[in-house]
Design a binder for this molecule. Structure first.
Ligand code: ADP
Ligand code: ZN
Ligand code: ZN
Length: 700
């Protein structure tokens, strides 16, 4: 009896196929089975999505092709997994096949059934050992016990709001350990923003649970490593998956626990293809699988904070508080330096320099945060006004003194620094503004006479995307900080995240003001999180915590954000922000989507979007009443150039859609996507390159 199968295959984005193609098969295949199918003149990997007993009515006269073979030996993907993929595809407006195939390890796509069978035979060490990791190395704190008891009693989702160093990680590990001990098959997913920034966590988890049952999943792994982890999770032998956002799609047939650490972190949002939020999908997946999910942060996203308001006000998450640090640990004392009282163009204020010198002399470490890499963001000619613009982008190229280059951080265009102004020949072109390279140089000069307690010269180190380009460089740099080799650490936000540095007693934000007046409504939220996170690196050793300090150099010392920071008062900050957002009708009080288009000219990019919207509005009268009513709940704003309008010679525009109803927003997206598909080849849109949809965008 032949069967007709809808197979999810990876198709180009926006193709009309929707990612499911029909094939025939002589044998019965289970839903979720991995298969290989002919596609054009290639053979590709696919997943069985639907099975029909009768031939499709509408095969357009084409002969339905036979599948090439099934990947036996790999059990089918579960119904829950397929449901997760289907939901993500629909919610983030992409094809099912694209999402499904992107969620599988890349190596699986290129393997024949024979190769895979060989691969599967190679490893067959099963480990059914129970995971006895209940024993914490320390007695749990009162606070940790209370939170664990609540997690035990309620069903969640949970939001742990816990100060940096309050022992959240220990709570995650304990919750997982208890869950795994209760059920010998249960699996847990522990998600972190960026694994390479927290190698310590991986060690800690493996040390606790045994390396056997723990696998990692992140993009830094090789193809064979990823396949190995994936198979271990899929066949259940991995009890714990530790991974970045991609791990939310890991196939885990017995998933019972999900933890999203640093849930506010922007890296949980995928920025290409299906632009999913791994945090939001984690909550969805937990409900689907009947798993418990714990989100945790010292500075939760305002979305999650809002969700965890009291249930009688509509909150759906249970908020669990861990306000105090472990032991006698205290949060750093916050000092604001009013830069209005410093000489013009001061980089490091006099009291801050003195405080750093004092630290060095005592053998303690300092950390300076400046969110801009390179030497200076612009090179400038004072005679004619020339600036180091990128010829391909509407942005300046950044001056890197180390290799004397001008580099565009958007398209990568790099040139040697010109000897003289390219416009007027003036030999005296100068850097404007400052980045981490310059701060590092400046500090080394300022501290040249300061000695460490061992009599040696001070050591300044810079950590940013440039210093860590080579594989292993970041690990080596971090090791130098941990071992005490380094006295002063300079870096971008990279150094603020997660690290358990033990000897830092001073953290300073050099120039954080930019975000206070940004046009992006989420900029203050990000700044506050960054500063709290950075401050959390100070005084992690309780013995030093009483003296630890967080310095903020600012021209707006009495700004509400810094007032809240001073008191380590996230709730006050969140309340004030949520009030502003409510008044402005912004998320989490509304839902947004961005449609972005890229084209040869800005006019074409904008017209494509505006015309789509105009068509949608004119459809309103033709739709049935219910749909028309839904669509009228959506505001669509005219297309505008993106803040960096041109990148690599491509003009970019975006159109914002907003609604208080998710359902209405999605209805509008469905209608609009259809219209955009239909009009994309219209000669009026000549020069259009692509468009994409970003649902719940993080940056506007
Ligand atoms: P967070 O994730 O909230 O920043 P961690 O769980 O990393 O906090 O804990 C901070 C530090 O305290 C870590 O070095 C951890 O090993 C230690 N720690 C955690 N729980 C306890 C405890 N109950 N007793 C003593 N030390 C603890
Ligand atoms: Zn000039
Ligand atoms: Zn460029």
């Amino acid at each position: 009896m032949p069967k007709w199968l809808d197979i999810a295959v990876s198709v180009p984005a926006h193709s009309q196929v929707g990612g499911l193609l029909t094939y025939a098969s002589d044998t019965d295949l289970a839903l979720g089975q991995l298969v290989r199918v002919p596609f054009g003149n290639r053979e590709v990997l696919g997943v069985v999505w639907n099975v029909h007993d009768t031939a499709p009515e509408n095969s357009g006269g084409h002969k339905v092709r036979d599948i090439a073979g099934a990947l036996e030996g790999v059990p089918p993907l579960s119904a829950h997994w397929r449901q997760l993929v289907q939901f993500a595809a629909q919610y983030y407006q992409r094809a099912i096949g694209e999402v499904a195939l992107a969620a599988l390890p890349p190596q699986l796509r290129d393997m024949t059934p024979v190769q895979l069978a060989r691969r599967l035979k190679k490893k067959s060490v099963s480990n059914d050992q129970p995971m006895a990791a209940l024993q914490s190395p320390w007695p749990l704190s009162e606070q940790q016990q209370q939170v664990l008891a609540q997690i035990d009693q309620a069903s969640g989702p949970f939001l742990i709001h816990g100060a940096t160093g309050s022992g959240k990680t220990e709570v995650y590990l304990q919750a997982i350990a208890r869950g795994l001990a209760q059920d010998p098959q249960a699996q847990a997913l522990l998600m972190v923003p960026e694994i390479n920034l927290t190698p310590q966590l991986e060690e800690r988890v493996k040390a606790r649970f045994g390396a056997e049952g723990v696998v990692s999943m992140h993009s830094g792994m090789t193809g064979p490593q990823r396949l190995k982890s994936w198979l271990a999770a899929h066949n259940g032998s991995a009890r714990i998956v530790l991974g970045t956002r991609m791990a939310v799609f890991a196939s885990m047939p017995h998933l019972k626990w999900i933890v999203v650490d640093e849930e506010h972190d922007a890296s949980y949002k995928q920025q290409e293809g299906a632009r999913y939020s791994a945090r939001d999908l984690a909550v969805y997946r937990a409900r689907l699988e009947g798993a418990k999910v714990i989100l945790g942060s010292a500075t939760p996203s305002l979305e999650s904070w809002h969700q965890s308001r009291p249930a009688i006000e509509g909150g759906r998450y249970l908020r669990l508080q861990m306000p105090s640090r472990i032991g006698e640990g205290q949060l750093p004392f916050v000092r604001r330096v009013d830069m209005n009282h410093q000489p013009r163009k001061t980089v490091l204020s006099t009291p801050l320099i003195a405080a750093i010198q004092e630290r060095v002399a005592k053998g303690e470490q300092s950390m300076l945060l400046l969110n801009r890499r390179g030497y200076a963001p612009v090179l400038h000619c004072a005679d004619c006004g020339w600036k180091s613009e990128c010829s391909h982008c509407s942005a300046f190229r950044v001056f890197h003194k180390i290799d004397r280059t001008l580099r565009c951080h958007h398209c990568g265009f790099t040139e040697r620094v010109p000897r003289a102004c390219p416009a007027c020949g003036n030999a005296d072109i100068a850097p404007m503004g400052r980045g981490t390279e310059q701060l590092e140089e400046h500090l080394s000069e300022l501290l040249v006479d300061v000695k460490r307690p061992d009599g040696q010269a001070v050591r300044v180190m810079r950590i940013d995307a440039d210093s860590t380009k080579l594989k292993g460089a970041l690990e080596a740099q971090l090791a130098d900080v941990h071992s005490g080799e380094v006295d002063v650490l300079v870096g971008t936000q990279m150094i603020a995240k997660g690290h358990d540095f033990r000897r830092i007693t001073l953290v300073a934000a050099i120039n954080p003001d930019g975000a206070l007046f940004s046009s992006d409504f989420r900029a203050p939220e990000r700044l506050f999180a960054l500063l709290m996170q950075a401050g959390g690196r100070a005084g992690r050793d309780a013995a030093q915590s009483a003296r630890s300090e967080m310095w903020v150099q600012t021209f707006h010392p009495s700004h509400a954000l810094f007032e809240a920071l001073k008191k380590h008062d996230y709730p006050a900050f969140a309340e004030q922000q949520l009030k502003e957002r409510l008044e402005a009708g912004l998320p989490p009080h509304s839902f947004q989507a961005l449609i972005r288009s890229d084209a040869r000219t800005q006019a074409v990019a904008q017209a494509f979007l505006n015309q789509g919207n105009a068509q949608m509005q004119s459809l309103l009268t033709a739709l049935n009443e219910a749909d028309a009513a839904l669509l009228s709940e959506v505001s669509v704003y005219p297309a505008v150039p993106m803040s960096i309008q041109r990148v690599a010679n491509v003009e970019r525009a975006q159109m914002l859609m907003e609604s208080t109803s998710r359902k209405a927003l999605h209805k509008a997206l469905d209608v609009l996507q259809q219209l955009l598909h239909e009009s994309k080849s219209d000669p009026a849109h000549k020069g259009l390159i692509r468009w994409l949809v970003d649902v719940d965008p993080l940056a506007i």
